[in-house]
Write a protein that binds this ligand. Structure first.
Ligand code: GDP
Ligand code: MG
Length: 196
């Protein structure tokens, strides 16, 4: 059963004027392309339709707003590696994301999805910098933990914890085995509750 039975897609935005009204509370989810962001959202929110919606052609490059409950939103940020696209696009995304982080009064936290085998990259550091600029708590999901042996996964967790220090909390996650599902949802709920 879904923990968010009323969850639904609201809109996609490619410009600030397309953002939904800044009322209530929202949590942003970011992750490089293919990191496992859609799968993680699927497991945490437990509504297949949500992640499928944000996977529709074109939407992977937009900011996607979902309503979780009345006044509570999840915001799926575009995950394309900045390095891989044309300069004009990169600039547009960079500006759109910077504008998003700077303008949203109701934004209460960032969930950053990182493939445990890849560790943190420039994209992840950029997202953390955006969040830190506006004093947002950051929680990192090291996903696809099932791809590593237990010992390797624990070591990767320690390494990332060491790298980010006090800047973020970090956990292991797997959309396949559901490892870390409860912890991730508790963090999401805590962030959503911090402003209501
Ligand atoms: N083994 C494993 N595969 C995963 C996991 N999460 C995602 N994947 C796979 O990784 C690929 C990218 O996942 P997706 O959620 O679409 O990534 P996104 O681009 O960040 O939204 C897909 O083939 C998923 O099935 C996980 O926790 N474990
Ligand atoms: Mg996706």
């Amino acid at each position: 059963m879904s923990h968010y039975p009323e969850a639904q897609f609201m809109t996609s935005a490619n410009a600030r004027k397309q953002f939904v009204p800044d009322i209530g509370v929202e949590v942003a989810v970011a992750g490089r392309s293919n990191a496992g962001k859609s799968s993680a959202i699927n497991v945490i929110v437990n509504r297949r339709q949500l992640a499928r919606t944000s996977k529709m052609p074109g939407r992977t490059r937009l900011i996607n707003f979902f309503s979780l409950r009345n006044g509570q939103r999840l915001v799926d940020l575009p995950g394309y590696g900045f390095a891989r696209v044309a300069d004009s696009m990169r600039e547009h995304w960079g500006e759109l994301l910077a504008e998003y982080f700077r303008s949203r009064q109701t934004l209460s936290g960032l969930l950053l999805i990182v493939d445990i085998r890849r560790q943190l990259k420039d994209y992840d550091r950029q997202m953390m910098a955006f969040a830190e600029d506006v004093d947002l708590p950051i929680h990192i999901l090291l996903t696809k933990a099932d791809k590593l042996k237990k010992g390797q996964a624990s070591r990767a967790l320690l390494e990332v914890r060491k790298e980010v220090g006090e800047r973020a909390t970090v956990q292991l996650f797997s959309a396949l085995t559901k490892e870390g599902e409860k912890e991730a949802r508790e963090v999401l709920e805590r962030l959503l509750a911090s402003r209501t």
